[in-house]
Ligand binder design. Structure first.
Ligand code: ATP
Length: 415
């Protein structure tokens, strides 16, 4: 069936604005003009490694039935994008896309490409013309890349996010949210809401000067009355619930082997730990993962905090499956991992009958005991079981404070 779709992206900058706030402002104007959208507005997260993203690489989209005043809807969107976008920032290049029709298979494929890989403005423009979409480029118009994807992205698994917006006079100041009320909300609504707090860290609160006071993430829109439990100590001027692909692992592709991994893409990949993890200056933890086709350096960076001490417990020979993506440094940034088979043995020189550990008597000459002089002809080391604190089959994930928008938390994985 044909509908009218609107996609908006790339309106904000690190200094301010947020495409969701612009979307919410547009929806208020729609309401004043009796224009209704179908379902919830959508917030679609795209490739986390896209070069020009401001923060979480998200685009928004709306769906309208054809009985709505489409011309007025277009006028409202274009007016608000041209008035409210952060045009002063070099990297803010808004793009608006209008599309009337059905979401086709090739549009769905485009959306996956925008999540899995990198698309150029030219490619997006060509694709828009191919599907008969109307594009509006502001400055370089890079936002059309994400706008087409936000319209086209299928949502089989999805979550919701309620975003509450601050009074403009408060932008850039410390957010005033009552911590205990967030703890209370979390206790009452978890696991239907998630990623609210992480110890003392208020995860609902962004750390940038954007208009968002907080965002509560959930499996259903109903539970978002959780907002009534949170006590803001500053004014909330507006709020809006988005349907989103956040926390669905939609960015994760199944990789068959290490040699097929590409930079700027995200995967789950099985392999063996080659060396015991080691930490480098700056507090970043690394180890090498390998299989019969190649190897890759895997990293738990400093911001992943305690997760690094979990990664540190891996040992050479452990079989694991990593989830994450390959970024700027060509290392695999781990989002979570599953232990498939722990290497529970170390191979040591034999213990002599006298109780002492024997030493090698030279290559091919077996072992000798320095204490009592006994000799063994065989070179074979003895397998000894080691205690492991990781558990076979178990998943381990980065803390909430270091988690990507798209990463599916274990709490959503029905484990
Ligand atoms: P916020 O999440 O705070 O709204 P953002 O992180 O989404 O901001 P944007 O300002 O939207 O950042 O910029 C992201 C830019 O990257 C947009 O122009 C978008 O069209 C583009 N983009 C999205 N996906 C891809 C991709 N796969 N390849 C290339 N460019 C992309």
């Amino acid at each position: 069936m044909d509908y009218f779709y609107i996609g908006i992206d790339d309106t904000d900058s690190p200094e301010g604005m947020c495409t969701t706030f612009l979307a919410s402002t547009i929806l208020n104007k729609f309401q004043e003009n009796n224009i209704e959208i179908m379902d919830f507005p959508r917030l679609i997260r795209l490739n986390p490694f896209a070069r020009f993203k401001t923060r979480g690489n998200g685009g928004v989209s709306f769906k309208l039935d054809l009985n709505q005043n489409i011309d007025l809807a277009k006028e409202i969107v274009l007016k608000n994008v041209s008035e409210l976008s952060m045009f002063d920032c070099d990297n803010t290049n808004p793009g608006v896309v209008f599309y009337q029709g059905e979401i086709t298979e090739e549009m769905i494929n485009y959306a996956f490409r925008a999540i899995y890989s990198i698309i150029t403005i030219e490619e997006a423009e060509e694709f828009a013309s191919h599907i008969g979409a109307e594009i509006h480029k502001f400055k370089k118009g890079r936002g059309i890349i994400g706008s087409i994807a936000a319209i086209s992205c299928p949502l089989e698994d999805y979550t919701y996010e309620l975003l509450a917006y601050r009074h403009p006079s408060r932008y850039g100041t410390v957010r005033e949210i009552d911590y205990d009320s967030v703890v209370k909300m979390d206790r009452k609504t978890t696991p239907e809401t998630f990623e609210n707090i992480d110890g003392k860290y208020l995860a609902i609160e962004p750390k940038t000067p954007c208009p968002v006071l907080y965002g509560i993430r959930s499996n259903s829109p109903e539970v978002l009355i959780a907002k009534d439990i949170v006590i803001p100590n500053e004014e909330i001027v507006d709020s809006c619930i988005f349907k989103t692909n956040q926390h669905t692992d939609m960015h994760i592709q199944d990789a068959n082997n290490i040699s097929e991994l590409k930079q700027y893409s995200c995967y789950k990949i099985k392999g063996l730990v080659k060396d015991n993890p080691h930490i480098i200056e700056g507090g970043h933890m690394f180890f090498t993962l390998y299989d019969e086709t190649g190897e890759i350096e895997a990293a738990a960076y400093e911001p992943t905090k305690n997760f690094r001490s979990t990664v540190e417990k891996l040992r050479a020979g452990d079989e694991i499956e990593l989830y994450g993506g390959i970024g700027e440094q060509n290392t695999f940034n781990i989002e979570k991992f599953q232990v498939l088979k722990l290497n529970e043995f170390v191979y040591n020189n034999p213990i002599c009958g006298c109780g002492k550990r024997m030493t090698s008597a030279g290559k091919g000459k077996g072992f000798k005991c320095k204490s009592c002089g006994k000799r063994i002809e065989s070179d074979e080391k003895i397998a000894e079981k080691v205690e492991r604190s990781l558990i076979n089959g178990k998943f381990y994930e980065t803390p909430v404070s270091a988690r990507r928008h798209l990463a599916k938390p274990l709490i959503r994985m029905n484990l």
